[in-house]
Ligand binder design. Structure first.
Ligand SMILES: Cc1cc2nc3c(=O)[nH]c(=O)nc-3n(C[C@H](O)[C@H](O)[C@H](O)COP(=O)(O)OP(=O)(O)OC[C@H]3O[C@@H](n4cnc5c(N)ncnc54)[C@H](O)[C@@H]3O)c2cc1C
Ligand code: FES
Length: 280
């Protein structure tokens, strides 16, 4: 069964917001879960976190990084994708903790949205730190302003908010005596690794959403295996959220890059096929 793209919006260069028609995902998905999309018969399966739902549609926010995410960006409202499977993975553990710090790096702000809304509804006080390389790459600021009790913006180049990394702002808050009961961090793996190291020193449980390479998304292929607290876990069925203080980050980063050469070749061939992609 194919699924129509009902709405598509450009949030930043190479980052798109899609609402895709789906009969069951809007009813059954919970914050923290993901879906898998296959664009067409020849397409690979790409996991994407559910950024929200609306009547009859599921929202995903996607950064173009390789062939499949570029190909998705070439589709427009009214076009269809072949398969959308989910919800997959475990929902976030939403309950009342007290003070929460949410940290989103780049497109990682998107999966944090439904988590932030649910944590606020559960009575938590939310401090959100959202960072990107430049102001142009910062997404969903209005939605974060509306929901977070306190919003801190950072950019690597200082073009908006404070100059520097999200980790600097977290350290600053902790050194000023902020006591967080939980941290949630979603973004580039290296960002989640360093947030987790700070959380470990401060002894604060720290949820991160891991993004190893996935194939089936149902615990059968082993592609997404990660080491957490010394045991082997499958991110698709045991996660995708884990306490980052116990993740073997170096192994995860190594495994994420294992097909880099093939990914580069596939993207180069795709770019030759479609031509100009400067509109991205
Ligand atoms: C649970 C989960 C949720 C995710 N949610 C989002 C999201 O909400 N928005 C978003 O933009 N991206 C998300 N990603 C990452 C997204 O799946 C990859 O960017 C996408 O699969 C890359 O496909 P590609 O063909 O465009 O790029 P490729 O050329 O295949 O790869 C480019 C990069 O993406 C990584 N990657 C490749 N294949 C996968 C795969 N199957 N799973 C994970 N990473 C892969 C590679 O390590 C490589 O660094 C998520 C990943 C996971 C595991
Ligand atoms: S993606 Fe195959 S086991 Fe997780």
């Amino acid at each position: 069964m194919s699924h129509k793209i009902l709405k598509k919006a450009k949030l930043a260069t190479g980052i798109y917001d899609y609402f895709i028609a789906h009969p069951t995902l809007p009813v059954f998905s919970k914050p923290g879960q993901f879906l898998i999309i296959r664009i067409d018969e020849r397409g690979e399966r790409i996991p994407l976190t559910i950024a929200g739902v609306s009547d009859g549609a599921v929202r995903v926010i996607v950064k173009c990084v390789g062939k499949s995410t570029y190909k998705l960006a070439t589709l427009n409202e009214g076009d269809e994708v072949l398969e959308v499977v989910g919800p997959l993975g475990n929902p976030s553990e939403i309950e009342f903790y007290g003070e929460i710090c949410l940290i989103g790096g780049g497109v990682g702000a998107a999966p944090l949205l439904p988590i932030m809304k649910a944590l606020k509804e559960a009575g938590n006080r939310i401090t959100a730190i959202i960072g990107a390389s430049t102001s142009e790459q910062l997404i969903l600021l209005e939605e974060f302003k509306r929901t977070a009790h306190e919003l801190i913006i950072t950019t690597d180049d200082g073009s908006l908010g404070k100059k520097g990394l999200v980790t600097h702002r977290l350290e600053e808050l902790l050194s000023k005596g902020n006591n967080f009961d939980r941290i949630w961090a979603i973004g580039p793996t290296i960002m989640m690794k360093f947030v987790s190291a700070i959380a470990s020193r401060a002894e604060i449980p720290c949820w991160v959403s891991l993004n190893p390479i996935m194939v089936d998304g149902t615990g059968m292929c082993g592609a997404c295996r990660v080491e957490v607290n010394g045991s082997m876990k499958f991110a698709c069925v045991d996660g995708p959220e884990f306490d980052g203080r116990f993740v073997n980050w170096n192994e995860l980063i190594k495994r994420q890059h294992q097909y880099q050469e093939q990914e580069r070749i596939a993207l180069d061939l795709f770019k030759k096929e479609v031509g100009d992609l400067s509109w991205l």
